[in-house]
Ligand binder design. Structure first.
Ligand code: ZN
Length: 186
């Protein structure tokens, strides 16, 4: 792990085998270690520079169970979002509360240029350790539930393309305007 924690990070793309690993859980001591505490702001800066609303550590080549999520109302990649708090998530566990499916056109910094329509459960309980290694339990629903499932999938070797019902619902971003508007985020 240590040798992977460097200064310049590149976002790995679909096909890179690191994206397909089950990432390593961290102990509380590891979360509180200087190397991980220094890594957290790097995750935020890579995510913000790429214009993302979430980033999982394996996407920058660090195979640990860590992700950051922050919905931004001024996101250039997604319309009509409300600002969320900043979530730093270690060692998550997901429990579906409402398995009713909801669909969104998901994008991924590791699958640049494409969007896919993915249906996922609409409400979940997420248990995790935060940046201070304190246990948290939150309920997420609607679009935030999709974002959590998308990001946390990365920690278990999955990408949204694995969740598509059909490759007919995988499109280039600049073709989205031609798609049935009721499936669009806005
Ligand atoms: Zn992603």
């Amino acid at each position: 792990m240590t040798e992977n924690l460097q200064n310049n990070y590149e976002i790995l793309k679909l096909g890179n085998p690191i994206l397909r690993l089950v990432a390593k859980k961290l102990s509380k001591e590891e979360i509180l270690s200087p190397e991980i505490q220094d890594f957290i702001p790097k995750m935020w800066s890579v995510m913000k520079e790429a214009g993302g609303i979430g980033l999982a550590a394996p996407q920058i080549g660090v195979s640990i169970q860590m992700a950051v999520i922050k919905l931004e109302s001024d996101s250039e990649r997604y319309d009509n979002l409300e600002d969320s708090e900043e979530f730093v998530i270690f060692n998550p566990e997901l429990k579906v509360i409402d398995k009713t499916k909801q669909g969104f056109w998901e994008g991924c910094l590791s699958v640049p240029g494409l969007r896919g329509y993915v249906e996922r459960p609409r409400k979940l309980k997420i248990s995790y350790l935060d940046e201070k290694a304190i246990k948290k339990e939150i309920i997420v629903e609607d679009f935030l539930a999709t974002v959590f499932q998308h990001e946390l999938d990365h920690l278990f070797g999955y990408l949204y393309v694995d969740r598509l019902h059909s490759t007919k619902e995988l499109v280039f971003e600049d073709e989205l305007a031609n798609i049935n508007s009721e499936k669009l985020l806005d």
